[in-house]
Design a protein around this ligand. Sequence first.
Ligand code: SAM
Length: 235
Amino acid sequence: MSNKEVGIKKMFDGIHKRYDLLNHLMSAGRDIAWRKKCCKKLLKYSGGVGKNAVVLDLCGGTGDFSLAYKKILGNPKLCLVGDFSDKMLLESVQKNAGTPVQMDATNIPLSDNSVDFILNGFGMRNIPNLDAAFAEAFRVLKVGGIFITLEFFKPSSTISKLFYEKIAPFAIPFAGMILSKHNAYRYLVLSILNFLTPKEYAIKARSFGFKTRCVKAFDGGLSYMVMAEKAEYAG
Ligand SMILES: C[S@@+](CC[C@H](N)C(=O)[O-])C[C@H]1O[C@@H](n2cnc3c(N)ncnc32)[C@H](O)[C@@H]1O
């Protein structure tokens, strides 16, 4: 792990207890709705394999994406919650979200072509070596498998620019400091402003052999879903 990754892991280890509460408070509960919307889209595109699927909740943290999957698509054959923060994973265990596996998203300990669906909620933005994470996601997915990203991307719409450039740099770190006594929420805003736009992310996904199935803005672009498929004829 690079020094930057060690720092990011330490940060999530430090906020694991209050992560869910702060997530729900700061998004006014919208994070729950966004994960559900992603799973509903996945249900539509999944070809009915939801219950027989092998699912990897990558950067799964406290497991909320896995829980949303189970609610909408039913219990899959195997649901792995993969994260490098053992503390975040402990929270997922308490919620019975899935099988916890401590892993680095840039070096996934699974075999090639073994996963039907990868869920990634607010994870990719935290990975310095994004290319390695894309390559690994592509490698472990089965052909036809779906990689679904729910993320706060670099703002590109009027509403998201107003929120992330003008309001969030003050409001989010302030609320984070009050509620969790942690400066992780300053990092959150910076990581959003320094990330890719949804369009740039979709282009990057395609450069790894993914076919973009759907790019959808939620709540005026505050968050986006990018659904990509490991294309049949990709190398
Ligand atoms: C913002 S949280 C998202 C948690 C959850 N997916 C959700 O929807 O709320 C990001 C998670 O990504 C994990 N993470 C960041 N970089 C990672 C990496 N390189 N490998 C594995 N997990 C990573 C963190 O430990 C953290 O639990």
